[in-house]
Design a binder for this molecule. Structure first.
Ligand code: 0O2
Length: 244
């Protein structure tokens, strides 16, 4: 029976598998996969380097100022599907070279800061380090996106030191306050990259929430300045305890 089907010219899975193995395609695919896994491991190392740098800055600042500028740090490696979608959108073929060259955010580190000023202080402190090179800076705090999204984005290269080579890896760093993160996280769940069409009213509402979160940041920063400079809130910024 099996012979009959083969002779009839129909598809035979065993034959196809044998031909596939013989052609060396499997070896090639295995090799590509190993290279991909290795590259992703390098990106993970780069994220660890960046995370350590921020942890060091946080530690040093907390010794000097008795508070932590960093609330939390999150890391993520872009999924193969997201990488492919990004390259497709740009009309670039999916391979390891094009990936490294054209996708800046394979490795992503998000630094959630306590206050607005901390965002810029930490960004400046990182960029001053002599092994960090800035590739691109997008300040969506100074100029929020149409959606209301706010964050400071940096694309940097950081070296990773392997047993026999040094490699410069690109990492996207998103710095934002707790209020910005609150808005962005909920927007991500409700709206960002979702099929559901937001009406104009809903988009306006989302923007209003972003505006409220920006106001919250400013007000909290005002309080921080009072505490830091030991000035009175009620008397419009006068030094506390100073004569009337
Ligand atoms: P995910 O799921 O966070 O990984 P480029 O990277 O320069 O080619 P792109 O992708 O337009 O261009 O960069 P952009 O817009 O500067 O930054 C993209 C990232 O910022 C997104 O990553 C999000 O993390 C975040 N982001 C940008 N706009 C919004 C927004 O309106 N809402 C929310 N919640 N996040 C936003 P990814 O890869 O798109 O997604």
């Amino acid at each position: 029976m099996a012979e009959d089907i083969k002779n009839s010219g129909e598809f035979d899975a065993d034959d196809a598998l044998r031909a596939f193995l013989k052609s060396g395609t499997l070896e090639w695919a295995k090799n590509q996969l190993q290279k991909y896994i290795k590259l992703m491991a390098y990106y993970r190392c780069a994220m660890m380097e960046i995370e350590t740098k921020f942890n060091v800055l946080n530690e040093e600042f907390s010794l000097r100022h008795d508070r932590n500028p960093i609330s939390s740090i999150k890391k993520r490696l872009k999924s193969p599907v997201s990488i492919k979608n990004k390259l497709d959108k740009k009309g670039i073929p999916f391979n390891l070279d094009s990936l490294e060259e054209n996708v800046n955010d394979v490795a992503g580190v998000r630094v959630i800061c306590s206050f607005l000023d901390d965002v810029y202080m930490l960004a400046d402190a990182l960029l001053q380090q002599d092994d960090i090179t800035l590739i691109q800076k997008k300040d969506y705090i100074a100029q929020p996106k149409q959606s209301g999204y706010r964050s400071l984005h940096l694309i940097v290269t950081v070296p990773i030191f392997l047993a026999s080579e040094k490699r410069l890896m690109r990492v996207e760093i998103q710095l934002r306050t707790i209020a910005m993160d609150f808005w962005a996280s909920l927007d991500h769940q409700l709206h960002y990259k979702k099929e559901f069409e937001f009406t104009d009213d809903m988009a306006q509402e989302l923007k209003l929430c972003a505006k409220m979160s920006a106001e919250l940041d400013e007000r909290m920063d005002g309080l921080r300045k009072c505490v830091q400079r030991d000035i009175s809130w009620e008397n419009g910024g006068e030094k506390r305890g100073s004569p009337e």
